[in-house]
Write a protein that binds this ligand. Structure first.
Ligand code: FAD
Length: 487
């Protein structure tokens, strides 16, 4: 039986472990932390439970598929429900409304609250679906870096429709042309942040993202996002995968142009195939410092990071839902601050995720678990202590003003995640949430491939490599990489 060693038990590493076990490999996963899941883990504090990282769940079929390839019934391990609403929006001019989850209802709601003709929203979502169709065939299920990707029926169809991707103007320009109300432009520009990009720089291709939320749907997993990790761990272990926690990999070992194994706690462990779920920058810099470094790819600008406060709140807010956005007054200024000045804006857009709306047990009776996040620049050695203190004050003021309540007085517990911690806990280069930024139209081609051109038995998965960051794309990276690994 061939042996595979996987570096990291993030969502990409776990999905790869499952797929390789199904392929007949004997699989060992080495995870540096005392817990699996990487960014997709949880925090518990004083009766409150928080999902630590991802909060929006799209394309659940990609999780189901892992159980199906293993011959299991997904529902025996993992269940989820489709959300009836996607997000509650709060604007600085006092406008607030709940975005419905179907295109028709969303279009009507936006027309009612913001005066934008429903037809504009419907056209936008249809366009988003077309973009998804082209991209999915061309990019999402295949390696961009293998010739076979470019010579097949689907790819050909993709080329004929490439113009639909709208890669030659920015997302903001496309949206400002389509919509008359600046608040609608702001709403749809926000989707750039789903992969840590800047709507004023990223190509309009990224208008693909609303398709996931409105045409396919947003979902909530029973037990919170962490149950994605937990159910994959259960499945992997049932398939015989050994997950070694507290086991940071120190080196990827090479011999005569091949990978021979990995080094953990000073011991060399031989493997036929090694898959790295560690950020590709740190895989090369730390585990393979003597190999040729693919500098151009490793030096690409990073996506944004985030500052998150996990607040246990001793009150319930019926006006809030599972996902809530409190927009900044000046979105262009906010993104210029993030990506040009590389700091946090004084009036940041604030996102609150409250899983206790669906899982009562996530907060004590009469309370709510608030995951409060603002976009932050990737870590460049900013003065984080000062930035965190100022931002905390700005967020509390903004939320207190909108909700008519002194929020600070309601805090029962508080935890924090910042770009430095994201970097140290998951080895993400500069604490970026989604690997490289997608702020230019070549970004897709400047992510590292899922295989190595130097070592035939080394592969890469996770948010820092093709096809990109976010839970669904990490799951797809595992599929693409495993398809290339010989049985
Ligand atoms: P990671 O989660 O990056 O984990 C890598 C693992 O490898 C870690 O466990 C790390 O400890 C381990 N590791 C690294 N180096 C070594 C080593 N040398 N030895 C052993 N182990 C090692 N995505 C969404 O889809 N929806 C969202 O709403 C969303 N929101 C987010 C919010 C936040 C705050 C964050 C942080 C991320 C968010 N994301 C979201 C992105 C999503 O979480 C990531 O894209 C995805 O979880 C990354 O998975 P990964 O496979 O790349 O592994």
């Amino acid at each position: 039986q061939k042996r595979a060693g996987i570096v990291g038990a993030g969502i990409g590493g776990l999905a790869t472990a499952i797929r390789l076990a199904v392929k007949g490999y004997s699989v060992d996963v080495y995870e540096g932390n005392p817990y699996p899941g990487g960014k997709l883990s949880e925090i518990k504090h004083n009766g409150y439970r928080f999902d630590a990282g991802p909060s929006l769940f799209t394309l659940p079929a990609l999780v189901d598929e892992l159980f199906e390839v293993a011959g299991k019934n997904p529902a025996d391990y993992f269940t989820y429900q489709k959300l009836p609403e996607t997000c509650r929006y709060f604007y600085e001019d006092g406008t607030r409304f709940t975005a419905d989850s179907t295109p028709e209802r969303l279009a009507k709601t936006i027309e009612k609250h913001l005066g934008e003709p429903a037809a504009h929203v419907l056209a936008h979502l249809q366009d988003s679906a077309k973009k998804y169709d082209v991209t999915e065939k061309l990019f999402l299920h295949r390696s961009l870096h293998r010739l076979a990707t470019y010579f097949n029926k689907d790819a050909l169809k993709g080329y004929l429709n490439l113009h639909k991707l709208d890669a030659f103007q920015t997302m903001n320009r496309a949206n400002a042309t389509r919509f008359q109300d600046p608040r609608v432009v702001q709403l749809f520009n926000r989707y750039a942040t789903y992969n840590g990009s800047d709507p004023y720089q990223t190509p309009a291709t990224m208008n693909i993202i609303p398709h996931l939320e409105y045409n396919i749907g947003a979902f909530f997993p029973k037990g919170g996002m962490v149950s994605i990790t937990n159910s994959l761990v259960t499945l992997a272990e049932e398939l015989g995968v050994r997950i070694h926690l507290n086991s940071p990999v120190e080196k990827i070992l090479t011999q005569a142009g091949q990978i021979s194994g990995i080094q953990v706690a000073g011991n060399s462990i031989p493997f036929d195939v090694v898959v790295s779920n560690m950020d590709v920058v740190n895989t090369f810099r730390k585990l393979l410092p003597e190999a040729k470094q693919p500098e151009r790819i490793l030096r690409q600008p990073k996506s944004s990071s985030a500052l998150i406060f996990y607040w246990g709140i001793k009150k319930e807010f019926p006006e809030l839902g599972l996902h809530n956005i409190f927009f900044s007054q000046d979105y262009a200024a906010e993104f210029a601050t993030l990506f040009k000045q590389k700091t946090i804006h004084d009036d940041p857009t604030v996102y609150i995720n409250i899983t206790s709306k669906y899982e009562k047990a996530d907060a004590p009776d009469g309370g709510e678990n608030w995951f409060v996040m603002v976009n932050a620049p990737a870590n460049d050695g900013q003065n984080w202590e000062e930035l965190i203190a100022t931002t905390r004050k700005n967020i509390l003021e903004k939320l207190s003003r909108h909700l008519g309540e002194n929020i600070e007085a309601l805090l029962e517990t508080e935890d924090l995640l910042d770009p430095r911690l994201i970097e140290s806990r998951t080895s993400s280069s500069q604490g970026a949430l989604y690997g490289n930024s997608s702020n230019n139209r070549f970004a897709a081609f400047l992510r590292h491939a899922n295989f190595s051109s130097q070592f035939p038995n080394l592969f890469f998965v996770g948010g820092s490599v093709h096809p990109g960051g976010g839970v669904p794309l990490c799951l797809l990276s595992a599929k693409i990489a495993t398809d290339m690994i010989p049985a």
